[in-house]
Design a protein around this ligand. Structure first.
Ligand code: SF4
Length: 354
């Protein structure tokens, strides 16, 4: 190794003391708070995540209150964060803690990993920060820092790479203060050794950092797999009847499971706006209905990790109330009770402003 563990700890913790951010989940080391913050931060930046975290723990201050909540309430609070399966898992795991661990947050690595949705990384973060367990937490920030400081070009998404980085982090961890070590390393990646144009001149590792010495910062860390993106075409039906419109709950094992949305026609290829109304599904829904098409929006692109959603909204007025077994008729004021995906929220907010 180009740098041994004690020197690595010293440089890292000196930097951390001077640079750590004052974040609400760092106020105490309660495992419930560490857990919720870690899950939220896996999908959003700290500034946005902080608001979600504060709202979440205000509504559900304890595991018990979360376990007793309705899933719809949890999803509503999660609205806009994406990755709704994580919200469902958190809710499920809170019930596990109540039922399987008598309401006490599990305190060993094996038990923490039994919680639904808690993988190695989250278990290590909770275990080290809340229970002082020497478990190295390797997230994207940590991969970046270690690959650069130690000049490791093994792809981080390969089995070999995952093993190599996990082993290195475990060798480096400060067994006396594992939680501080993990937090410091992640914070260092988030603030100092950032993905693009890190400030190496003022970095405390610049004497030892292999990537800096060899000018390989741009190529590290290495990823081998290029993610394939699937295109989907969503045509949402905003069907107005007097002051109400219709929504439906997503039930399939797919994105946004259990969230609410407008009635949807999905296709695998784009359909021209003027052809939507002659699409078979549209005809089946509205064959005998007296309706007027008020507008068809331009496509909005909504990117998820492996999917590109191309979304249009078709605005329709009908003269009679429509009966459909899966549709719920609501008015604008009722919408606060339903968790909806961000792309739909944006559309409906614009509609209510008009
Ligand atoms: S010298 Fe540059 S690349 Fe190396 S750890 Fe510091 S910021 Fe990262």
């Amino acid at each position: 190794m180009n740098i041994d563990s004690p020197i690595f700890h010293k440089i890292l913790t000196d930097w951390y003391k001077q640079n750590l951010r004052d974040l609400p989940w760092r106020k105490n080391k309660e495992p419930y708070l560490v857990w919720i913050s870690e899950i939220i931060l896996q999908q959003t930046r700290v500034d946005q995540g902080t608001n979600y975290f504060l709202r979440f723990i205000e509504k559900f201050p304890t595991v018990e209150t979360l376990a007793q909540a309705q899933e719809d309430e949890v999803l509503k609070l999660w609205q806009g964060l994406g990755y709704y399966s994580r919200a469902r898992n958190i809710h499920f795991a809170a019930k596990q803690i109540q039922n399987d661990f008598k309401g006490q947050f599990p305190s060993t690595a094996i038990e923490i990993e039994k919680l639904k949705g808690v993988g190695k990384y989250t278990a290590a973060a909770i275990g080290s920060i809340s229970f002082n367990l020497p478990m190295a937490a390797v997230d994207g920030n940590v991969y970046r820092v270690l690959s650069r400081v130690f000049g490791i070009s093994t792809p981080i998404d390969s089995t070999l790479g995952k093993h190599e980085f996990a082993e290195l982090a475990q060798q480096l961890i400060d067994a006396k203060n594992p939680g501080t070590f993990n937090e410091a390393l992640m914070e260092f990646g988030a603030l100092q050794c950032v993905p693009k144009n890190p400030n190496c001149v003022e970095c405390p590792f610049n004497d030892q950092c292999v990537a800096h010495q060899q000018n390989t910062i741009k190529s590290l860390p290495v990823k081998s797999i290029k993610t394939k993106v699937r295109n989907r075409y969503f045509y949402y039906l905003y069907i107005k009847h007097k002051k109400s419109f219709y929504i439906t709950q997503r039930k399939e094992n797919d994105i946004w499971k259990n969230l609410y949305q407008l009635p949807l026609i999905e296709t695998t290829e784009e359909i021209l706006p003027e052809k939507i109304i002659i699409h078979q599904e549209f005809q089946q829904l509205f064959n005998t209905v007296d309706l007027a098409i008020d507008a068809i929006t331009n496509p909005v692109t909504h990117l998820l990790s492996h999917q590109k959603l191309n979304v249009r909204f078709i605005e329709i007025s009908v003269n009679n109330d429509l009966k459909h077994e899966n549709w719920i008729k609501i008015c604008e004021e009722d919408l606060v009770q339903y968790g909806v995906p961000k792309v739909i929220e944006n559309f409906l907010v614009k509609k209510t402003e008009n």
